[in-house]
Design a protein around this ligand. Structure first.
Ligand code: NAP
Length: 321
């Protein structure tokens, strides 16, 4: 076997966010030989979250701290977490999976659990790319502190936008939430908190048509009213975009069933339409994407992999005898 090929794993877990770490923990407990591959630090979206207040057993816990606890817990049960970026997941003719990484290593296993999460959706307006990192951000926890005393805008109306707007008021003098409709889809408790925050003002029925700046960074947003079409400008020193996530499923070679948003459709065992390929967390089509649902998916996926492999081995044994 060439140096850059690794065999002998029962399952490869792609991504080490809450779903990946939970799958790794259960795989370890199930005595599976599992490899978890993560391109960044373990924790995924938790690392972009300041406080987690809806994970049972922890009334409030920092995102990074929960990540660390999950990674330690998985390692306690033998999880092997490798730092590398997965380039391709492909099913070969012999039924096994090849997982190719940026470091040019190919890992082989009969099952894969994809927990690769998502990437922030971009607005796709002029100025967004130009000012990325110079006033345009997709992570409040990472970049909020750079905007002390500034006026900011948050774009979006879901949980992320409303929650992160509240977070940003600890640094900003004022935060506008620019939303394209006249109501939020965010959960009621997050809405209540935002409405009670005197530093937050909601700009309803507006879409951003351009992010305008100068050599110092972002200077204002060009807005268009989604009802009247009227144009206006909103002076801000920075803009945080939270308009959803796109699932990181592009690494999967071949066709798989997915919904209109590209999220993978699974059965109740978290298996995708590609037998042996399981999906958990933000890559999966479902009603909501919480830390709790990610670990729930992952629990099911890891246990389902155990059963899938047992059936596979029975079949292999039967074929030999
Ligand atoms: P989301 O729930 O999909 O919300 C996206 C928001 O962006 C919607 O309000 C949408 O407007 C708006 N939007 C989409 N495309 C837009 C565009 N091109 N221009 C302007 N606005 C646009 O996404 P999310 O807030 O990132 O949340 C993703 C998932 O993570 C959800 O399941 C959420 O519950 C979960 N999450 C949970 C928490 C928490 O519980 N604390 C925190 C963060 C995220 P419309 O409403 O008009 O469609």
């Amino acid at each position: 076997m060439p140096d850059n090929e690794m065999n002998g794993y029962d399952v490869i877990i792609v991504g080490a966010g809450p779903a990946g770490l939970c799958a790794a923990m259960y795989a370890g407990r199930g005595m599976l030989k599992a490899l978890t591959i993560e391109r960044g630090a373990p924790g995924g979206e938790l690392l972009n979250t300041d406080l987690v207040e809806d994970y049972p057993g922890f009334e409030t816990i920092k995102g990074w701290e929960l990540s660390q606890k999950m990674a330690d817990h998985a390692r306690k049960f033998g999880a092997e977490i490798l730092s590398d970026t997965v380039r391709v997941v492909r099913k070969t003719d012999d039924g096994a999976f090849e997982v190719e990484t940026e470091r040019d290593v190919t890992y082989r296993a009969p099952a894969v659990i994809l927990t690769a999460g998502g990437t922030p959706v971009k607005l796709g307006v002029p100025g967004e790319r130009e000012y990325a990192g110079k006033g345009v951000s997709y992570c409040a926890v990472c970049d909020g502190a750079f905007f002390k005393g500034e006026v900011l805008a948050v774009v979006g109306g879901g949980d992320a936008a409303v929650e992160e707007a509240d977070y940003l008021t600890r640094y900003a003098s004022k935060v506008y939430i620019v939303h394209r409709r006249d109501e939020f889809r965010a959960s009621k408790i997050l809405q209540q908190r935002a409405f009670a925050n005197p530093k937050i003002e909601v700009v309803w029925n507006k879409k951003v048509s351009e992010i305008v700046g100068n050599e110092r960074g972002v200077e204002h947003l060009a807005l268009e009213d989604t009802v009247t079409g009227a144009r206006s400008r909103l002076p801000v020193g920075g803009v945080f975009v939270f308009i959803g996530f796109k699932p990181n499923t592009g690494i999967v070679e071949g066709h798989f069933a997915h919904d209109a948003g590209g999220y993978m459709i699974t059965d109740d065992r978290m298996m995708t339409s590609i037998p042996g390929l399981f999906a958990a967390g933000d890559v999966r089509a479902q009603l909501t994407r919480q830390v709790t649902t990610a670990v729930g998916d992952a629990t099911t996926a890891a246990i389902a992999v155990e059963k899938y492999l047992a059936v596979l081995r029975e079949k292999e044994k039967a074929a030999v005898t």
